[in-house]
Design a protein around this ligand. Structure first.
Ligand SMILES: O=P(O)(O)OC[C@H]1O[C@H](OP(=O)(O)OP(=O)(O)O)[C@H](O)[C@@H]1O
Ligand SMILES: Nc1ncnc2[nH]cnc12
Length: 231
């Protein structure tokens, strides 16, 4: 197991758990600082930053990796165990909430991506007193929609949003479980902008850094709680 460290990350040693024969704990790094564009946190946020750092570490041991899923060559990182234990689930939501509070912008709307962005997007929106709006895979939403095609780690797909779901002047934060190649998030961001809203940034539970997904996000503030290259 290996994990990287750099100037904005502190290495956290995840606990390997022998949970079942087909899975293992992901080699993962918990960020102790926001990955936002400025990297600056106000002095008044010190207590929140400390809480966030310890909360992230409690999330690490729950992740599992599945080699060669859904196709050979992909090391699939399963975030679903984060929702199986209510203590970990609550810690996750608290960490995401703190992460948004530490950023400079309060979003009006949380846009969550089909399907795993739906697992925490609405709960996070409630905590932030923001709206929740879904981005769905093509053909699932009724009424007039805007559509964007995108490439991801294991194929091509299409995202849609309903016209009018976000409005000009609204500050929108796009959230999803994982940023891999960044194709899904970039497509969602393009739809938000096409509808005239103000895309203020992206928030993910987990980043796979070697796939350089951030490079597709136009330099917008992009925050991830955890990261792993799936080793
Ligand atoms: O950064 P990318 O390369 O675009 O990959 C990340 C996306 O891939 C996964 O979704 P997937 O399309 O597999 O669908 P699901 O959430 O419905 O399982 C994941 O939940 C992200 O949405
Ligand atoms: N390696 C991966 N594991 C889990 N979800 C993903 N979505 C895209 N790539 C993924």
């Amino acid at each position: 197991m290996s994990a990287t460290t750099d100037s904005v990350h502190t290495l956290a040693t995840p606990t390997r758990q022998d949970q079942d024969s087909s899975s293992n704990t992901a080699a993962t790094t918990a960020s102790t600082a926001s990955h936002d564009a400025s990297g600056i946190q106000p002095a008044s946020s010190t207590a929140s930053a400390a809480e966030l750092a310890s909360t992230k570490i409690s999330l690490l041991g729950a992740l599992k990796t599945f080699p060669d899923f859904p196709i050979p060559g992909i090391n699939f990182i399963d975030i679903l165990p984060l929702f199986q234990d209510p203590v970990i689930h609550n810690a996750l939501l608290r960490a995401l909430e703190l992460q948004v509070e530490l950023s400079s912008t309060k979003p009006d709307v949380i846009v969550g991506l089909d399907a795993r962005g739906f697992l925490f997007g609405p709960s996070l929106a409630l905590r932030l007193k923001a709206s929740f709006v879904p981005v769905r895979k093509r053909g699932k939403l009724p009424g007039p929609c805007v559509t964007a095609a995108y490439e991801k780690e294991y194929g091509t797909d299409y995202f849609e949003m309903q016209e009018g779901a976000v409005k000009p002047g609204q500050k929108v934060l796009v959230v999803d479980d994982i940023i891999a190649t960044g194709g899904s998030a970039a497509a969602a961001g393009a739809l938000v902008k096409q509808l005239g809203a103000d895309l203020v940034g992206y928030l993910f539970i987990l980043e796979i850094p070697f796939l350089k997904g951030r490079d597709k996000l136009d330099g917008l503030p992009t925050v991830t709680l955890l990261e792993t290259n799936g080793a």
